[in-house]
Design a protein around this ligand. Structure first.
Ligand SMILES: Nc1ncnc2c1ncn2[C@@H]1O[C@H](COP(=O)(O)OP(=O)(O)O)[C@@H](O)[C@H]1O
Ligand SMILES: [Mg+2]
Length: 233
C-alpha cells in the first residue's frame, strides 16, 4: 500500500507563498482504483507528483509498504528514488509523453531496457502488452501516426509493462471522447483487480463513478472521501 502521512506543498510565489496542498493523509490500498477529483488548481497534480516522488513535500512523508518491505520514499536519495520509481511505479501522463522518435513498441519497451531486461524478453513483453490493448498492428507506428486514444493506450502499456504495483495516472482520459475514455479506464481497472494500486486524476464524473474510492480536493484540501459500496479502504 501507499501511505501519505501529512504531506503538504507550499510554493514560494514572489513575496508570498501558495499552498498547493494542505497536509494530506490517506492510505491507497492494493486492488483498488482511487480517483482524485477536483476543480482545476485544486492540487490534484501536486498530490500525484508528491506521491510519485517527482516532487518533495514541504512536510510529511510518503511510505510504500509491501509484504516484503517498508520504504520511506521521501527519505530516499534522488538516484535511489529514480531506481525505486522505475521498479515500483508506472505512470501515465496527461499529454502521453511518448518519445516521438521511438515506435509504439520501442516506447513500451523503454522501461524494460532501463531495467536491464534481455532484448528477446523485452520484445515479447512489449508486443504482448500492445496486443492486449488491440494495438498489435500499430507496433511499428510512431506517435505522430497514432490517434490520441491510441497514443494513450501506448502510454498505458508503457506504464503497465514492468508489472509495477503502483500505477499513477494524471487525467488519463482527459483529452479523449467519453467512449475512448471508458475503454482507457477498463485498461486500468484490470490491473487493480489483479491486486495493483491504481491512482488516477480525473474530471470525468463517469470515470470517477467507477472508481472504488473517490478523493475530492478543493483549494488544496481533501474535502471528502467517498467509497463505492463493497470497496474496503
Ligand atoms: N511549480 C509551481 N509553482 C507555484 N505554484 C504552483 C506550482 N505548481 C502548482 N502550483 C499552484 O498550486 C495549485 C495547485 O496546482 P495543481 O496541483 O496543478 O492543480 P490541479 O492539478 O488540480 O489543476 C495551483 O494554485 C497552482 O497554481
Ligand atoms: Mg493537474
Amino acid at each position: 500500500m501507499l501511505k501519505a502521512e501529512g504531506i503538504s506543498k507550499i510554493y514560494p510565489s514572489g513575496e508570498s507563498m501558495v499552498t498547493a496542498l494542505e497536509p494530506f493523509s490517506h492510505t491507497f490500498s492494493p486492488g483498488q482504483v482511487t480517483a482524485i477529483v477536483g476543480p482545476s488548481g485544486s492540487g490534484k497534480s501536486t498530490l500525484l507528483n508528491l506521491l510519485a516522488g517527482f516532487d518533495k513535500p514541504t512536510a510529511g512523508q510518503v511510505i510504500h509498504q509491501t509484504p516484503q518491505q517498508t520504504t520511506n520514499l521521501t527519505q530516499l536519495l534522488e538516484g535511489d528514488k529514480a531506481r525505486y520509481r522505475l521498479e515500483n511505479f508506472g505512470f501515465v501522463f496527461q499529454n502521453y509523453n511518448l518519445m516521438s522518435i521511438l515506435s509504439a513498441q520501442e516506447n513500451v519497451e523503454f522501461p524494460l531496457t532501463l531495467l536491464g531486461i534481455p532484448v528477446k524478453e523485452r520484445l515479447e513483453r512489449s508486443r504482448a502488452m500492445l496486443a492486449s490493448v488491440g494495438l498489435e498492428r500499430r507496433t511499428g507506428h510512431f506517435p505522430s501516426q497514432l490517434s490520441g486514444g491510441e497514443q494513450q493506450r501506448v502510454a498505458i502499456c508503457r506504464a503497465l509493462v514492468t508489472n509495477a504495483n503502483l500505477i499513477l495516472a494524471d487525467e488519463p482520459t482527459g483529452n479523449l471522447d467519453s467512449k475512448t475514455g471508458a475503454g482507457i479506464l477498463e485498461l486500468l481497472l484490470g490491473p487493480a483487480r489483479e491486486g495493483r494500486t491504481v491512482i488516477l486524476i480525473t474530471h470525468d464524473a463517469e470515470v470517477a463513478a467507477r472508481a472504488d474510492v473517490r478523493l475530492y480536493l478543493r483549494d488544496g484540501r481533501l474535502e471528502r472521501v467517498e467509497q463505492r459500496e463493497g470497496a474496503t479502504v
